[in-house]
Design a binder for this molecule. Sequence first.
Ligand SMILES: [Zn+2]
Ligand SMILES: [Zn+2]
Length: 285
Amino acid sequence: MLYQFSMHDFEVLLNYPNVTEFFQDKIGYTEFLQSVNGFEKEWDGRKVSELAINSLRALAKNRPQNLFCFRIFNGVNDQKIGRLLSGAIEELATIKDILVFPIPTLIDSQSQACARDFEGTAYDEKRKRVYFNRFLYRVVNDAHVQKLMDKVLNIFIISNDLYGDIDGTRYNWFFGQTNIVHNINYSVISLAKAKVDIQVYDLFKHELAHYFDVCENRIINTVGKHGQHCTTPLCVMQQIDTVQQAVDYAKLRYSKKADTYCKYCIEDIKRAKSIFSLKELLKLK
Ligand SMILES: [Zn+2]
Ligand SMILES: [Zn+2]
């Protein structure tokens, strides 16, 4: 199940007393629903979207116990990219409960500016690409990311190529990296080598699934070259090393109408436990 909020809606969610009280078990379901129905898109003089109200109702109804949270910093000014990202998240949300903000299909100026700022300061003029380790340094030291964000996946979409040092190895370029540094979970994805939409779509599905430790603790159908990957034919979690391979593999997968994740990877995603808690988040505000 997917619960979507704009940045503004998310701030309201954090600050509206009845939301806080409901998720901290201080008021009941009926009381909460009445308050949600009562404000009709306006809380405290601030407009709230229909989507946010629906998400709140669904959150209240389902009370997900294993809720994951994605925070998006999309630095690419292209709505098509937002739609592809949204599709990838929606697919994962058929397996897990995911709360996402800001809304992936819309361009959020604040989040976009943040991603571009990181990308700009990490850009290496000589190599004409972003130095990944410098980018991460900015992520870890930024107040936007730090504020309540150590239990969510911070997704950064950038347009320049990446190079950097990962686990002692120098990579002259890579598509993306999903990991954790100083308690900050991140997924940094570069679209510099994106040739076709289905390749981008698969790249998003692949990188985001790494957050759920897919293939990490598995002995069936895995290979560990650049991190753990899947060896099941047509699974999106296979290791991809070149741009041509990425394009060809995406085309093959779509021509065969292959499922995104194989049964082993789906089992891995299902098993993942969240460290995000709405209750805790509301206490911290
Ligand atoms: Zn991977
Ligand atoms: Zn797989």
